[in-house]
Design a protein. Structure first.
Length: 300
């Protein structure tokens, strides 16, 4: 019987890295190998299966149609291989080994400082690698196997995932001190001047949560969406440029310290977002994610 030659996991890793980065040098850095090693590995893979996967020019890396299909399948194979190790770890000590977690920017700087010391203390064998990225790229990374779980805010369509709701994060209107002194707390959405409302730019789900909570079409039409971070928004408000929406976890973390900005709770039908931890369905590390969720929930 003729011998069957199969691609190695390393070769598939090189292929997926090149697909993700679109550049041989950056793909090699991501795989912690030299560019020549990665290039040679891909040529060996093409020779093994007898087809061209990548068209190489001086300026462009272009995958062939079959190369696109094989890269997508390779991503699945690598994720399945990682889950073999996950199964072994799950059978041993809880929350141990490596775990990659994506966290959205409107949560990461406010919640992580509260939970990381406890994780280091209670689970010293856990190596938690963090990625801060918006909800869309985070969910894509989860389904592509680049991250193991995502800490985000609901509602958000993250695809077919398992999830654990952590706690409600109430929304507040932040404004220059004295600007809305005549308005009683909490603030009704009808009392917000749509021409003064500053929100995060597209890609940040907090913008959608804030607009949904207010449920005013003119706010969506008139609000200025230009902030890249909540800290930037606070600085603009502190300089009298407008008002904005802030989550309670940011207030609890002291985002308004050393400013003259005031904040009042929003009085609306749904004045909050729900923080949640999500992961791929049927993951062998589900128990680990649930334990991690309990740690996060305690910080709420």
């Amino acid at each position: 019987m003729a011998a069957t030659y199969l691609p190695t996991l390393k070769q598939l890793q090189y292929l997926v890295a090149l697909k993700d980065h679109g550049h041989f040098g950056r793909a090699a850095e991501a795989c912690f190998v030299t560019q020549s090693t990665l290039s040679a590995g891909l040529r060996e893979l093409e020779t093994l299966i007898g087809v061209t996967l990548v068209e190489r020019t001086r300026r462009v890396v272009r995958f062939t149609p079959l190369g696109e299909q094989i890269a997508a399948k390779a991503r699945i194979v690598l994720r399945e291989a990682e889950e073999l190790g996950d199964m072994a770890r799950a059978a041993g000590r809880p929350l141990s080994g490596e775990m990659r977690m994506s966290v959205i920017p409107t949560i990461a700087p406010f919640l992580l400082p509260r939970i990381l010391p406890r994780l280091r203390r209670d689970y010293p064998d856990l190596k938690l690698f963090l990625r801060e990225e918006p909800s869309g790229p985070a969910c894509e990374a989860l389904h592509n196997g680049r991250t193991d779980c995502v800490l985000l805010a609901l509602p958000y369509a993250c695809g077919e995932v398992a999830s654990m709701k952590l706690f409600e994060d109430h929304l507040f209107l932040a404004f220059p001190a004295g600007e809305m002194a005549s308005i009683a707390a909490p603030v009704s959405p009808d009392e917000i001047d749509e021409t003064r409302l500053l929100l995060l730019e597209d890609g940040h789900c907090l913008k959608d949560h804030a607009l949904a909570a207010c449920n005013r079409a003119e706010l969506r039409a008139e609000a200025t969406m230009l902030g890249t971070s909540l800290h930037t928004m606070v600085q603009m408000v502190d300089n009298g440029l407008g008002v904005t929406m802030l989550p309670q976890i940011a207030l609890d973390a002291g985002i308004l310290d050393h400013t003259t900005v005031a904040a009042r709770p929003l009085d609306a039908a749904h004045p909050s977002r729900t923080l949640a931890l999500v992961w791929r369905r049927a993951s062998p590390r589900e128990r680990d994610f649930q334990l991690l969720g309990e740690v996060l929930k305690a910080a709420g």
